[in-house]
Design a binder for this molecule. Structure first.
Ligand SMILES: CSC[C@@H](O)[C@@H](O)C(=O)COP(=O)(O)O
Ligand SMILES: [Zn+2]
Length: 237
């Protein structure tokens, strides 16, 4: 065992290296991270904890977790080497979502970011053919924060989530995700057409509950649209 392994070995169940495997198992069971897709990262001040790429996300162990310093010496672009504080002993690569997770830290000061391949998110991107998903007058809107990290939205706010187009390689979504975050500073996440969604929060708890609220809103929005119901009500109720 190397000294760096102490960064991921802890008896504390709330240590990020213990939380990521536990949360990935939960997310697997609700269809968010099946088939190796999706994931979650946690930033604890100056350290970022990231899962490996291309593995069954529900079988990750704490010793599989990568630890990176935040900020990086130079901002990690999708195609340059990153600095690591700790790498797993196994021949693993860090998640391809790393540059996307980094957007949430750099642009929103997030403490955690979740990526799901939920079919509710994917269906929302198919039924909302433009550049945004919108829904109003739903109680669960109140569980979403302005920009993902600010005040909670009100029941009377219309939820707007930008949709970007997918790319063959996950890391190539970095710039279009950043552009959507700049264009929609109040959005708590970014949908990726035919792929899934990225949602962030100030900490893992808020990222998780916001992803749950958004997933609920994508699901009910899809069902409403398929039932021919309007998802935006003009009148104040
Ligand atoms: C079914 S493979 C999906 C991946 O290419 C990607 O979309 C993804 O979300 C997970 O990337 P990963 O590098 O395994 O963390
Ligand atoms: Zn993905």
């Amino acid at each position: 065992m190397s000294e760096a392994d102490n960064l991921v070995i802890s008896q504390d169940p709330t240590h990020p290296a213990n939380l990521i495997p536990e949360l990935c198992r939960l997310f697997y069971n609700i269809g968010w991270v099946t088939g190796t897709g999706g994931g979650i990262c946690i930033r604890d001040n100056d350290k970022v904890y990231i899962a490996p790429s291309g593995v069954q996300k529900e079988r990750i162990e704490p010793t599989h977790i990568f630890v990176l310093p935040y900020p990086q010496v130079q901002s990690p672009s999708p195609h340059t080497d990153r600095v690591f504080l700790r790498r797993p002993a196994l021949d693993l690569k860090e998640s391809a979502c790393t540059p996307l997770f980094w957007n949430s830290f750099d642009l929103r000061n997030a403490g955690s970011c979740i990526h799901t391949h939920s079919q509710h998110a994917v269906m929302a991107t198919l039924l909302w053919k433009g550049s945004v998903f919108t829904i109003s007058h739903q109680e669960m809107i109140k569980g979403v924060r302005i920009g993902g990290v600010g005040k909670a939205l009100s029941y009377l706010d219309t939820l707007v989530i930008p949709i970007i187009e997918n790319t063959p390689n996950e890391e190539d979504l970095k710039d279009s995700m950043a552009a959507a975050m700049e264009e929609y500073p109040d959005a708590a996440g970014v949908l990726v057409r035919r792929h899934g969604v990225y949602v962030w929060g100030l900490d893992w708890q808020k990222a998780k509950t916001q992803t749950e609220c958004l997933d609920y809103l994508f699901e009910i929005g899809v069902k409403m649209k398929l039932a021919g119901l309007p998802t935006i009500l003009e009148e104040q109720i």
